[in-house]
Write a protein that binds this ligand. Sequence first.
Ligand code: 0PR
Length: 383
Amino acid sequence: MGFPEKPREWEEIKREIHQLREKDIPFSRILGTMCAKPEENLKKIYMDFLETNLGDPRKFPGTKEIEGKLTDMVLDLFSAPKSAGCRVVSGGTEGNMLAVAIARNMKGGEELLIPEHAHFSFQKIAKIAGIKIRVIETSKNHVINPRDVLKNITDKTFGVVAVAGTTELGLIDPIPDISDICFDNNLFLHVDAAFGGFIIPFLKDLGHDLPDFDFKLKGVSTIVADGHKMGGCAIPLGFFMVRDKEWFRYIEVETPYVSTRYQSTFLGTRSGGPVAYGYVRFNLLGREGFRETARRCMELTMYAKKKLEEKGFKIFMEPVLNVLAVVVKDVDRVIEKLYERGWGVNPIRKLSSFRMVIQPHMSKEIIDKFVEDLEYVYKEVKT
Ligand code: 0PR
């Protein structure tokens, strides 16, 4: 389609985009997404702040203040020391990128150790920034074995990545041991808690036996946690935290045309909409509300597991967080058939499975309907 020469009719354009939107899978039927469903009553908050630009905060001091309160709340949740700092970022990818850049510029080495199960954003970073990556094979239980971290450290290593809530299985690396190794070897440790960051602390409150992963551990240098995933916020909202805010100088640049002197995020212009949304939501829920959400997610996850198992499906491993990997033959065909029936799940090809992320907006009714359709579809695939 070329750029329109003449203005088009409002009604016609509206009809066109709404018809296209109809092609999208309704959010409640996307069972593989890590992203949160925005709440109707909070959408207006996002819109109220749409034109604010946190890349030029002097013009929007009020919105900047909201951002400051929000990042303080988040730092508190992750047991950050007084020296720590936090930047709002667009999500896990940007947070991971900033972490790697700080680590490399601070430590000066060449090679980053990442687990095999690390998110593909680290591959992007390697390509874009020319960083060498050494992959630590995932152990039999699908997390890092700390001994493999030790084995892979060379004099070129500048940092290590560990994951709290892996993309495919929702597992947590043994971060306390990895933290000790990094501390003893003077290595930078970045924790990718993009997915797990806003559920693990609350499950721990509820008594789940999960490892520590935040600044309580002395070897943890930086953490990323996504508001738009288990934080229940609107896209794009991520939090990138550093143990010492002085470290931002490793990535900051002078900003001669805007009102602050330095900037240390990757994005320049960015709307305050997601920040305002996040601030309202975190205050509306509080720790208590987040605990309740975490409890509900795990209850629904166990419900889905039971329903699937009753129908003869195998769950790849016992869930630790609200993620299920359902083992099937011919994953791609199963996923295609599910798309045809209006369901969205994500493939984990190497485990011959597909991923379901059980979000708080799901219900037993949705799960029942999905399991019924999956059973139907799977019969077709198998014959
Ligand atoms: N770190 C981890 C552990 C992640 O799982 C993800 C995204 C990221 C970093 C990157 O986050 P951003 O995409 O916010 O920058 N993991 C999801 C995935 O790749 C993203 C996703 C979300 C995919 C919704 C599909 C979907 O429908 O599976």
